[in-house]
Ligand binder design. Structure first.
Ligand code: NAP
Length: 489
């Protein structure tokens, strides 16, 4: 059984009431974090408005709470606390109540402690119906002991909530219930998480379909750092859902790639029994991952980067879907691609895949970069021309491609080229997809050029990944719309 507990933490009773009522819409259980209140007076009225079972929590600051509380103040609070389905009481305190209503909890914000199993044994010996252990994951492998603990509790018939906190621990929040966790915590809003790594209940349910995950669910994920803002989980999970495939796609925040592959991924060495079948790989691991693979598709080898791993027959097989993802939207816009004169702006990983793909069509490529030496280094690999980006003119090109972050993030107001520079070019392709309509695309329209959006490439490379993992063709529209919605457009 999957329980999603939405944790609400507000400064005033009015705000708590409002949040708790909204939480009831998404939650199976609502946690009222009373330590967040400036004053406790009148909080009991909130209980009358909550339509879900309630956990009461009054957490001291040293255990991650929002209030300085000594043991005596906490003991006094619990003596007169109203009865709710559960009380979450930290393990240093004993309270008088039927044990089945007590969640005895332990928090560690520094990391997953060596003595995790001893803590579990100490807590399971206490008079409590549910044990909760939450510890900070400093890298993704910290999820392993947490999943092991869940396996043990299931075997022993104990109710356990075990969470690896932080972005690297997200897998424990999403997969926990399918591995026997008593519940998983979620936030009400993006900015109202009550613990590190908590995502919203809306995301848990409508992006990750947490209540449909079971032990047979095929697991895929995105390996990188950072990965939390990626739209790939939106695309792939929507595709799994619509295709009726029992699959889930998770962000996997990985610092140490070697240890992750060894301990969690490779079927011959991994310590975790999970149905991991496919991975997307993003920065900074796209090149470093090559040495960990059993077989690499020749195209990926030539490009020098792998963005997709298929796990099959105890092997890790690497592919690069960026190149085909890059070409597909160009075909759709320009038709024949042979012999194009192309300006590629940027000399990083995306530029490399683009140049590789364009040369398959006998394009005449010039690499432009702000650092002309870097442009030269990439041009040398593929035996193409190069030039400095400063004061370049693109009038003589059929196609101009932006493979830099100009136009996104902090550089949102910038453009790789102005309408003046683009005048005379036939088509402009911006690989940036957030925002979907970049300043470069607007400049290109002003200059009368056709345009291709980075979102089209993003969807095309993801569609190809989905096919490699499942053997099925996903709906392009479903993936596109999920990505566009995640990007807020
Ligand atoms: P990367 O390997 O870090 O390369 C970035 C390139 O942009 C480098 O040549 C860098 O030059 C240059 N650059 C960075 N800031 C610049 C600036 N202010 N002015 C001029 N040049 C600048 O990154 P990447 O993986 O190639 O990605 C590049 C862009 O493509 C990103 O925006 C990424 O989101 C996008 N992309 C989109 C897709 C898709 O599916 N649509 C796929 C892959 C990438 P220096 O070396 O001098 O810093």
């Amino acid at each position: 059984m999957t329980r999603v507990c939405v944790s609400v933490c507000e400064k005033t009773v009015d705000a708590l009431e409002s949040a708790a009522v909204r939480a009831s819409e998404w939650a199976d259980v609502v946690e009222l974090r009373l330590d967040c209140l400036d004053g406790l007076e009148g909080f009991e009225r909130v209980l009358e408005r909550v339509t879900r079972p309630v956990i009461l929590t009054f957490r001291p600051s040293e255990q991650g709470g929002r209030r300085e509380l000594d043991q005596q103040a906490r003991a006094v609070f619990w003596k007169t606390a109203p009865r709710t389905e559960w009380w979450d009481v930290e393990s240093d305190l004993t309270v008088e109540r039927a044990s089945s209503n007590i969640i005895v909890s332990h928090h560690d914000f520094a990391g997953v402690p060596q003595e995790l199993t001893q803590i579990y044994e100490r807590l399971t010996a206490m008079p409590a119906g549910v044990v909760k252990i939450a510890a900070q994951a400093n890298d993704i492998v910290d999820c392993i002991p947490v999943f092991e603990l869940l396996d043990r509790a299931r075997f022993e018939g104990r109710e356990l909530i075990a969470i690896a906190m932080g972005n690297s621990g997200l897998a424990t929040r999403i997969l926990g219930p399918s591995r026997g966790a008593f519940l998983t915590y979620a936030a009400l809003e993006e900015d109202s998480a009550t613990a590190p790594g908590q995502i919203t209940a809306q995301k848990l349910r409508s992006v990750y379909h947490v209540d449909q995950i079971d032990r047979d669910t095929m697991i895929c994920g995105l390996v990188g750092l950072p990965v939390m803002q990626s739209v790939s989980p939106h695309m792939h999970n929507a595709a799994f859902h619509t295709a009726g495939v029992n699959g889930i796609y998770l962000p996997l925040e990985v610092r140490d790639l070697h240890t992750f592959i060894k301990r969690m991924v490779h079927p011959r060495t991994r310590e975790l029994d999970w149905n991991l079948r496919g991975l997307s790989v993003t920065a900074p691991h796209k090149s470093a991952v090559l040495e960990h693979l059993d077989w690499i598709d020749p195209q990926a080898k030539e490009i020098g980067a792998v963005n997709t791993i298929v796990i099959e027959d105890n092997q890790l097989i690497g592919f690069n879907t960026d190149a085909v993802g890059f070409i597909t939207p160009l075909f759709n816009t320009l038709g024949l691609l042979n012999g194009l004169r192309v300006a590629v702006i940027g000399a990083g990983g995306a530029a490399r895949a683009a140049v590789w793909a364009l040369l398959k069509y006998d394009s005449h490529v010039t690499v432009f970069a702000r650092d002309v030496e870097k442009a030269g280094a990439l041009a040398e690999v593929f035996d193409v021309s190069y030039a400095s980006l400063s004061s370049a003119s693109f009038a003589d090109y059929d196609l101009v491609i932006n493979a830099t972050p100009l136009g996104s993030g902090e550089l949102i107001d910038q453009t790789a080229a102005t309408a003046e520079q683009l005048h005379g070019a036939r088509c402009v392709y911006d690989l940036v997809y957030n925002p979907i309509e970049t300043r470069l695309l607007k400049e290109a329209s002003k200059a009368g050029c056709k345009t291709v959006r980075g979102l089209e490439m993003l969807v095309a490379q993801a569609k190809n990944q989905f096919e490699l993992w499942t053997g099925q063709t996903p709906s392009w529209n479903v993936m596109h719309d999920a990505a566009a919605a995640a990007l807020g457009q």
